[in-house]
Design a protein around this ligand. Structure first.
Ligand code: PNS
Length: 169
């Protein structure tokens, strides 16, 4: 590895992690010496899985990826990126809607800290329709999330649905 490893932060809510996220992580790992998957501890947004659950799901999924770390963060992304000595933030872009939003966020992050670049990566076309919010909606309405999330995440969603059913009974 280089004397100064090139570190990228891949931030997100990951609520829950999807195959699309894993696809982006694998692409980013080919470009950077180290990728830090940074799970947002979001106090404002109501999340489906706790930050601890999301971190542990990601750690399980990435156990065999030696150059990928999983962490959580709160506050400004640029502050976190600086603390981790990152040179870049990686974001996945599936379509024009993502681009409009991400472009604004990248410009704002550049305004806050011009030394951190944002790198946009596009996932495989197989995952262009996959989002955590749609996965949550499908799961809440009793649909199958097979093929959208890894089996271990599917099992956690199933487990929660089972627990919710028991509570209602
Ligand atoms: O998976 P998401 O919810 O699209 O991820 C959004 C995330 C975590 C990248 C964004 O909300 C973020 O960076 N939050 C940290 C707070 C911050 O730095 N806000 C200013 C960004 S312009």
């Amino acid at each position: 590895m280089a004397a100064h490893p090139r570190i990228a932060i891949y931030p997100g809510s990951f609520d829950p992690p999807t195959f699309g996220h894993l696809d982006i992580i694998s692409r980013a790992s080919r470009l950077f010496d180290r990728v830090v998957v940074a799970v947002l501890t979001n106090t404002a947004k109501q999340s489906s899985f706790s930050v601890e659950d999301r971190v542990s799901m990601m750690r399980e999924l990435l156990a065999d990826a030696p150059t990928v770390d999983v962490d959580s963060f709160q506050g400004l992304l640029v502050d976190y990126a600086r603390r981790r000595d990152a040179v870049a933030v990686v974001r996945g872009i599936r379509n024009g809607t993502d681009f409009d939003y991400e472009q604004q966020m990248a410009s704002m992050n550049r305004h806050l800290d011009a030394s951190i670049e944002t790198v946009f990566l596009s996932p495989s076309a197989a995952y262009a329709h996959v989002s955590s919010s749609l996965v949550r909606e499908i799961a809440a309405l009793g649909g199958s999330v097979r093929g959208l999330v890894p089996p271990s995440v599917e099992a956690r969603i199933e487990q929660r649905r089972g627990a919710a059913r028991t509570q209602r009974a």
